[in-house]
Design a protein around this ligand. Structure first.
Ligand code: SF4
Length: 371
């Protein structure tokens, strides 16, 4: 039912809030509202901020960079529906323009401290202090630094590029080699920096298989004449619509999938890349020349995730933040009032990040209702 006393921004909130909570929050003045500090304005932080503000709580959203959702903004199309990444990012940023959300850009957070049982202080690197009733870490991931796999030649040979650099070429709608020509052959290599004992990352990054298939399809759409190969260990097409994309890649676009590892890459005199690999299905070594070798980079815990997880005593596997348990309390930590959402916990897809942020928002609202 429409409430004529609603304040701006609250209109959509009451119908979503559990009945028992409505009167309690409704009578609060702006000053009395619970304050939630969210650290990190990627998709998880932005989505959680929007959901929490819609429940009439005040949100302080901190972002270390000048731009919000940088990883999302660096993308061109999203799998599996090939929708436009910029449209989604812009839509989320527009929704942040809510009277209860304050965004602090270029504000890295040094640490967060629990001062009383139910209150937190957030310390910025420029020595400001903010009070909050709950804190949500959404400090996200960083991509693996391809230079750590020296044998693959990234940073040495111009024909070796990363999946991020290829995504940027898609955004420019111009795929070319260093000489400016359209590539005649492109090879993708999976699992760079993931499932790799040598670099200390045994885990799977979950989204690079489907990203390679998506990029291979985009490439064939722009350059149907280009030969495209994907070298993989296993193809993990686990999400809705992923397996269908894999079939389309083979049947409609003639993209060739080779089960095998590339052991070495070297530059050729004409700016290409010579790769040495083994086809593990037929058990034979092979050599191939390609114009571009695209390294599908895995996800690692970001510096912010590592730093805050350590200072809060919630370090999980591989430097990611650890939740209380993976089943019923995956947004909780063992610290009261400290919550987690998105890829600060582990690699996940954008779809899962948004669902997880909504789940964290609901957990925080439940938590605030009990204080
Ligand atoms: S998603 Fe695929 S490419 Fe990425 S780490 Fe897992 S198996 Fe390797």
């Amino acid at each position: 039912m429409k409430d004529k006393k609603e304040r701006p921004g609250e209109r959509r909130t009451w119908s979503l809030l559990p009945k028992a909570l409505r009167p309690r929050i409704e009578v609060q003045t702006q000053e009395e509202r619970p304050v939630v500090a969210i650290i990190g304005a990627g998709p998880a932080g932005m989505e959680a901020a929007i959901q929490i503000a819609r429940q009439s709580c005040q949100v302080l959203l901190f972002e270390a960079n000048a731009d919000l959702a940088l990883n999302l903004q660096n993308k061109y199309k999203l799998f599996p529906d090939m929708s436009d990444a910029q449209t989604l990012a812009q839509g989320m940023m527009l929704a942040l323009e809510h009277p209860l959300i304050t965004v602090y850009r270029q504000t890295p957070i040094k640490h967060v401290v629990q001062v009383e049982n139910f209150h937190w202080q957030v310390f910025t690197e420029d020595n400001r202090v903010f009070k909050a009733t709950a804190v949500l870490l959404c400090t996200g991931y960083e991509v693996f630094d391809a230079r750590r796999k020296e044998e693959l030649g990234y940073g040495i040979y111009n024909g070796v590029i990363t999946s991020l650099e290829l995504e940027n070429m898609f955004k420019q709608e111009h795929i070319s080699t260093l000489t400016g020509d359209s590539p005649k052959r492109v090879v993708f290599l999976q699992c760079v920096g993931s499932r790799d004992e040598k670099v200390g990352n045994r885990y799977c990054s979950k989204v690079c298989c489907v990203t390679a298939v998506k990029q291979a399809i985009e490439l064939k759409r722009m350059h149907p004449e280009t030969e495209v190969y994907v070298f993989y260990m296993d193809l993990r097409m686990w999400g809705k619509g992923f397996e269908e994309m894999y079939r389309v890649a083979q049947e409609q676009y003639n993209i060739r999938f080779v089960r095998g590892r590339i052991s070495e890459a070297a530059g050729t005199f004409d700016g290409g890349v010579q790769i040495k690999a083994e086809d593990t299905l037929i058990g034979k070594p092979l050599k191939m020349r390609t114009d571009l070798l695209v390294l599908m980079l895995g996800m690692e815990a970001s510096c912010g995730t590592k730093q805050l997880a350590k200072s809060c005593g919630i370090v999980g596997d591989y430097g990611f933040a650890g939740s209380l348990d993976p089943h019923l309390n995956d947004n909780h930590t063992h610290r009261k009032g400290l919550f987690l959402a998105g890829t600060c916990k582990r690699p996940m897809s954008l779809t899962d990040v948004i669902a997880d942020a909504r789940s964290a928002a609901m957990e925080i609202i439940n938590y605030l209702s009990k204080q």
